[in-house]
Ligand binder design. Structure first.
Ligand code: ZN
Length: 273
């Protein structure tokens, strides 16, 4: 366990923001084994913590500080493929989204090293998520895990064309209470009037976290929001923040979170279950 690698902010509302891919930390000895591509950490969910900062008072935040190139906490521990038949990256990825090598020749991790990363980084992250969800569940009948992500809008190896701006993932509508999905889609439909594009369960249906924790019948719903990075930042180095775009997007995300919280706290969900 390396406690500095996982950041937890405890809030008192029934909504948890998970940020698995904002981290950039890599152990120095690992970084020395990477190509320039690996060291660039291109597939980071850049500046997502800044994008969501202070959007919802009282939200709990669980954030991984290490890079997904060390281990991807949004992949299952057995590394089974989340999207059979489609290209994806694995638990301890050896290529970036474009298929370029992250490691110098012969320096990739072996199975034992992947197992060690699983114990040292992946399990503590999920232990933190479980602990926080359990803490909130002691207080509320129903809680929501909102998994925050962002990705380049064009990655030909992973999907055709341009990704919609806002990609809601609900594991084929199974990971969240229908009232929460309806709430999110209502806000996204409003966003469409403002020029944003969106989809539910399109290319991204939710990763391991959404699928594993999102079991509404147990009082825990989960939704993934995969944002096209172009909605707030430059999609190439140096990954600059676009203030005007972010200034439009942040109020939309704040409305989305506030609407989800209202649905949770109106106890409509708790009364029904
Ligand atoms: Zn992500």
């Amino acid at each position: 366990m390396n406690p500095a690698c996982i950041e937890v902010v405890e809030g008192d509302r029934p909504l948890l923001l998970a940020q698995p891919h904002v981290g950039t930390w890599l152990p120095p000895e690992l970084e020395a084994r990477l190509t320039a591509t690996g060291r660039a950490r291109t597939d980071t969910d850049w500046q997502l913590d800044r994008l969501y900062a202070d959007l919802l008072a009282g939200a709990t935040v669980v954030r991984a500080r290490f890079s997904r190139y060390l281990i991807d906490v949004n992949r299952p521990p057995d590394d089974r493929c989340l999207y059979p038949g489609l290209e994806t990256t694995g638990l301890c990825p050896t290529t970036d989204f474009d298929g370029r090598a992250l490691y110098l020749p012969g320096r990739e991790p072996d199975a034992a090293e992947c197992r060690e990363r699983l114990e040292r980084y992946w399990r503590p992250y999920h232990a933190a998520l479980e602990e926080q969800l359990a803490r909130l569940r002691r207080r509320y009948d129903h809680v929501l895990l909102y998994d925050c992500h962002s990705i380049r809008s064009r990655i030909p190896r992973l999907f055709a064309g341009r990704l919609p701006d806002l990609n809601l993932g609900a594991n084929d509508r199974r990971s969240a209470h229908p009232a929460l999905i309806a709430t999110a889609e209502g806000v996204l439909a409003e966003a469409e009037a403002a020029g944003y594009t969106w989809v539910t369960d399109g290319r991204f249906k939710g990763g391991y976290t959404t699928r594993h924790y999102g079991r509404p019948e147990t009082g825990v719903s989960a939704l993934q929001m995969e944002l096209a990075q172009a909605t707030y930042m430059r999609e190439e180095p140096p990954w600059s923040w676009f203030e005007a775009r972010a200034a439009r997007l942040r109020p939309l995300l704040a409305r989305l979170l506030a609407a989800l919280l209202e649905t949770l706290e109106r106890r409509v969900i708790g009364d029904q279950s």
